[in-house]
Design a protein around this ligand. Sequence first.
Ligand code: SAM
Length: 290
Amino acid sequence: MRLAAPQETLRIIGRYGLHPKKKYGQNFLISEDVVYGILDAAGVTKEDCVLEIGPGIGTMTGYLSEAAREVVCVEIDRSLAKIHEETLADCPNVTVRYEDVLKTDLQEIAESANGGKPMKVVANLPYYVTTPILMELLKKIELFESITVMVQKEVAARVCAAPGSKDCGAITYAVQYYAEPEVMLRVPPSSFIPRPEVDSCVLRLTAYKEPPVKADEELMFALIRAAFNQRRKTLANALANGLDYHGKKISRGAAAAAITSLGLPETVRGERLSLAEFAALADRVRFDIN
Ligand code: SAM
């Protein structure tokens, strides 16, 4: 069923008395051009097993079903199941699991639906939980070949920001450690029902086979989190106040010494550091935390 037209979505909404749930970030796509743009960006082929997060009423799912070999959807809103019985009736290669994607065993899906090989994620993400979902996917990046997602414009800017620029944040480093990000499409509010209050972008993250820098990942991301939890502070102060690595801390003096040993000023803020500098910092502070 081709649902990506306003009248089709309105028909489904009317027929099932559906009230899109704000608490689940339900903004349904009503533009076929955008759906094709997403499929194009994701490069979905008949070889692919696609993980769709939040299929909603199944708008993109029908198109994914045609383009892919197998589609596994994870949808938190169980009340949409009766709609899927109609909208996904002709999609034998689609399975929907009604659960929170943040609690889903994604490894098990990759194994059962794709013989353990990496899947492609395609999703129009719920905006209230975009960052936790992206972080969860990045933690399990070996399960994915690429992640093509609709996000709000500001999140796309943050993900693609250069370290040191005003847009960068902890997620900039997390994404850029695991994947190469690219904005593929800009999408206006008029492409959804109901209209979101923000502009959107389709972002594609292509997983790296090897991370671009060598690092003690866990410690490096603990440093990055501490730096950005208090981004107005100098990095040395943010680490002394905020680093918690399995209950271990670092003194201000040790943090400052490690920072200056990298040739950085003692007063530098975390947002000025490149990924390689955070990796080097993790290496330097390893024996200073206790
Ligand atoms: N894919 C549909 C479309 O493009 O029209 C709907 C996209 S809507 C922006 C986000 C979808 O994610 C909703 O269907 C919502 O119920 C679902 N969702 C929200 N939180 C979720 C979660 N934690 N796990 C799985 N699905 C979730």
